[in-house]
Design a protein around this ligand. Structure first.
Ligand SMILES: [Fe+2]
Length: 312
């Protein structure tokens, strides 16, 4: 087993936990509550600018998680004296900051029809199919939005696990999408964190996303990197460069992600030896069913990234 194990979860800020749990849990099938914690979140001063932050954090897993859709969803509701911030103004997709949570599905079109026709979800980018270069994997995707307007992608890689495609199903999280300002620099960084594989690389203007931008759609260079033990990371660089859309930590919509590690201390040593800074001391939050251990780390563009040792 490797020290780094891919993306463990995507963190999503929410304004109403019940609505969010209904959406991600009851509707999308992330029904397994790994933990439901309310209290202080230590070790985040460099991320939030505050000595202490209070939140309710619910970690949700899908019972249907598959080897290519292994990630969880972490819902974060900031509590007084803080409150969830708004989504960054003008946010489109692919600016620096987290753009989306992407969920794997099988039989994409059937899942689409069920979610739109029977569950009342809104389609904000219609289904497209294309062979993803350079390997030509048949890729289908469409987007909806969560109750706070956060972008949720559904994606199917047809043929990647052919034996799984017998019935329509929603898996776990396949990847997090986020913006970077220098693709080569960021790829070097994520390779150090165990994302050794490249699933696809695209460089184009995607007219289908035009309605997400206030001006002309930027050119998007996308590279999907992966680690076989967790969800992947989809890096996006805009040309021309767009504004920083990270927003404040805990804002509604997808806003951070965490990389799974087998041993937090070993991982901390490893990243520091590779020129990556710890943005605070490693933390351990006691849970009824175990411990949540994490540390936030420096990222080339200041994206909110943590390492997690999940003892739950
Ligand atoms: Fe994506």
């Amino acid at each position: 087993m490797t020290l780094f194990r891919g993306v463990h979860h995507v963190g999503i800020g929410v304004s109403d936990m019940d609505k969010a749990m209904n959406f991600y849990g009851a509707i999308l099938g992330f029904n397994r509550v790994e933990f439901d914690y309310t209290g202080p979140l230590p070790g985040m001063e460099k991320i939030t600018g505050k000595p202490q932050i209070n939140a309710r954090v619910v970690m949700l897993a899908s019972e249907d998680a598959s080897p290519i859709s292994f990630g969880m969803i972490k819902l974060v509701h900031l509590l007084p004296p803080d409150e969830p911030g708004p989504m960054p103004e003008g946010l489109g997709w692919g600016e620096v900051g987290v753009s989306e949570v992407a969920i794997g599905v099988q039989v994409l079109d059937d899942v689409h029809d069920d979610l739109i026709d029977n569950k009342g979800l809104r389609c904000i980018l219609p289904t497209e199919w294309y062979p993803a270069p350079p390997f030509g994997v048949d890729t289908g995707l469409w987007y909806t939005e969560d109750p706070d307007g956060g972008k949720v992608e559904f994606i199917e890689w047809r043929g990647a696990f052919a034996g799984f495609q017998k019935k329509p199903r929603i898996d776990g999280v396949t990847h997090v999408g986020f913006g970077v300002s220098d693709m080569d620099r960021s790829l070097q960084y994520y390779r150090k964190l165990g994302f050794g594989e490249t699933l696809f690389e695209l460089d184009d203007v995607f007219e289908s996303m035009s309605h997400w931008y206030s001006g002309p759609p930027p050119r998007q260079h996308m590279v999907m990197v992966a680690n076989y033990h967790g969800a992947g990371a989809e890096l996006v660089q805009h040309t021309p460069a767009s504004k920083d859309m990270r927003g404040s930590w805990g804002h509604v919509g997808p806003m951070d992600f965490s990389i799974s590690v087998g041993n937090l201390e070993q991982a901390c040593d490893h990243v520091q030896q590779n020129g990556i800074e710890l943005l605070g001391d490693p933390q351990t939050i006691k849970l009824p069913n175990g411990e949540w251990r994490y540390v936030f780390i420096s990222e080339p563009d200041g994206n909110y990234v943590s390492l997690i040792e999940a003892r739950f």
